[in-house]
Design a protein around this ligand. Structure first.
Ligand SMILES: *Cc1c(COP(=O)(O)O)cnc(C)c1O
Length: 402
């Protein structure tokens, strides 16, 4: 026990731990007690890392790449990131505009640490990825939540966005395809966002983690398609965690204006130093080797996504926007709020997810974690058989509510 008068830092008291991890812990405890839990709460692909990538990681260890690397990451990997951006998008970046970090999450953390002063506001469209608001708070900034509407397919309404902008707005975060909704911003709304960013001098942070997991033709619309001249105000965040099933290797990167990247390197040099050297070589193999893995992931996900959406929409009162990317569905269950089961009232997404876990033995993530209490997130990075079984259980559990 800490001494009685000892207090932890204010900044820690401000933020809540990741709710997705909390659901996982509860599901694990039930499973350990013998329950047959179907887990739809996981945020990672269900395929293993491609073999050639694993081999490159092992080879790096055998070749003695077990020591410090440059703080920003090995130059070969930063060059590979630049080559990818050049080949895929025609965007010109130099390796010193790239920072490799311990996952995309760590890159985003470094960005906010590098740009925010107390009182600075960051626009975060909701539903949002759970980590953005606490990351902004931990950097001393203020998250400003901009609601997106289900009936608008979670796209921007520029007029709404304008209402949340203030003279203190410093940056906006765009995550498209989105975790949790799978929604993609339209080019028209990105044109409007780009204009506002230009007029007000905002930094635009694009979390492109799911760009390879896109279910329509062509490329995901991006703010740099909407306005290529905005490049000096855009920081790209990406990584291999989702597209190459490499969540445990912890490699992501940020690409943007040299001043921002330099500031981030200063922070990284005083915190983690370089990300693990063998992981960097594995990520290099992912970027420079065969590129068919993301396609395999997409092909595995497409039938599951179709089944999931159809099954959800067949439940009375439930609506579900078809995700255009990523591997989550985000159905609206609010028609069931206010109902109850054996005296337990379902007063929101936390209570409903809890009910699903206890009664249906299905683990999911309450929408409240993403700033959208009407919804629940299910991951379809799991087998079709489990999805079918899980949907049957959900239907039954909902039918049991009075
Ligand atoms: C998974 C994820 C990340 C980062 O993942 P890392 O494992 O840290 O590379 C970033 N943004 C979103 C929206 C994600 O879902």
């Amino acid at each position: 026990m800490l001494p009685e008068k000892f207090v932890l830092a204010e900044r820690v008291l401000q933020v809540a731990p990741s709710p997705t991890l909390a659901v996982n812990a509860k599901a694990k405890a039930l499973r350990a007690a013998g329950a047959d839990i179907l887990n739809f709460s996981v945020g990672e692909p269900d395929l293993p890392t491609p073999a050639h990538v694993c081999e490159a990681g092992k080879q790096a260890i055998d070749d003695g790449y077990t020591r410090y690397t440059p703080v920003a990451g090995i130059v070969e990997l930063r060059e590979a990131v630049c080559a990818k951006l050049q080949n895929d998008q025609g965007w010109d970046y130099a390796p010193d505009q790239v920072q490799v970090s311990c996952g995309g999450k760590h890159g985003l953390y470094n960005i906010f640490q590098a740009i925010l002063n107390p009182g600075d506001e960051v626009l975060i469209p909701a539903p949002y990825w759970v980590s953005y608001p606490p990351m902004v708070q931990l950097a001393g900034g203020t998250p400003v939540i901009v609601p997106l509407k289900e009936e608008n397919n979670f796209d921007f309404d520029p007029a709404t966005l304008a209402r949340y902008a203030t003279p203190k707005t410093k940056a906006i975060v765009l995550n498209s395809p989105s975790n949790p909704t799978g929604a993609v911003f339209s080019l028209e709304s990105l044109v409007a966002v780009a204009k506002m960013a230009r007029d007000h001098g905002w930094l635009v942070i694009t979390d492109d983690m799911y760009e390879e997991l896109y279910y329509a033709e062509g490329k995901v619309p991006h703010i740099l398609h909407a306005d290529p001249q905005l490049k000096d105000q855009v920081v790209l965040s990406n990584g291999v965690s989702k597209s190459f099933a490499m969540t445990g290797w912890r490699i992501g990167w940020s690409v943007g204006p040299i001043e921002v990247i330099k500031a981030m390197n200063k922070i990284q040099s005083q915190s983690t130093s370089n990300p693990a050297a063998p992981s960097q070589y594995a990520a290099l193999a992912a970027l420079t080797g065969p590129q068919d893995f993301p396609r395999l992931l997409r092909e595995a996900f497409i039938p599951r996504r179709a089944y999931f959406v159809k099954a959800l929409e067949s439940i009375p009162g439930v609506s579900c926007v078809t995700p255009m990317g990523a591997f989550y569905v985000f159905p609206n269950f609010s028609a069931y709020y206010g109902k109850s089961f054996k005296g337990q009232v379902i007063d929101g997404s936390v209570a409903l997810a809890d009910y699903f876990l206890g009664e249906a033995k299905v683990a999911s993530v309450p929408g409240a974690a993403f700033g959208a209490d009407a919804f629940i997130r299910f991951s379809f990075a799991t087998s079709m058989e489990r999805i079918e079984k899980g949907m049957e259980r959900i239907k039954q559990a909902l039918a049991n509510l009075r």
